[in-house]
Design a protein. Structure first.
Length: 162
């Protein structure tokens, strides 16, 4: 986990997920275990491959959801549109409603692009496969959020968003 000075107290960050942006910086998105930020996520950037942070972690209130691991993926190889994607449950209090969000500005702003399922949902992992296809592996279930693991491909509509 990370401890980074926040406005009033340290952030208890863990279960970080990283991806390299098109400009070479590393984008880091972390779970705020103690919810000391505005929400449950915080993010930062590194210009030296992750060795040091260019700026301290900051709250990321545009990714609403419970305290849970999430996944980021910088899509590559698509002409004209290579969004940064985030996956994670989107209910603010419970591990429910797996959602994928997209950012066109390297993680400064986010917007929902696809609600994968309204079911219970837990940890997730985004992956880019051949031909620009993006897949999502995530925990889900009827009784608990981790009864089973499901894989799905993202619909093409996310590629059309600016």
């Amino acid at each position: 986990g990370y401890l980074s000075p926040g406005a009033d107290e340290p952030l208890a960050l863990n279960e970080s997920t990283l991806t390299e942006l098109p400009d070479g910086r590393v984008y880091v998105n972390a779970r705020d275990h103690d919810r000391t930020t505005e929400g449950s996520r915080a993010d930062a950037y590194s210009a030296d491959g992750g060795l040091t942070l260019s700026v301290p972690f900051r709250p990321q209130p545009l990714i609403e959801g419970p305290v849970v691991q999430g996944s980021v993926l910088q899509v590559r190889g698509l002409t004209g549109h290579e969004p940064l994607l985030y996956s994670g449950p989107s209910d603010p209090a419970e591990r429910l409603r797996m959602r994928v969000r997209a950012s066109g500005d390297g993680g400064r702003t986010w917007r929902p692009v696809w609600t994968v399922s309204e079911d219970r949902a837990g940890y997730s992992d985004l992956v880019q496969t051949g031909g620009g296809t993006v897949g999502l592996l995530y925990e889900t279930g009827e009784r608990t959020y981790h009864d089973t693991i499901r894989f799905t491909r993202l619909p093409w509509v996310w590629r059309l968003l600016p």
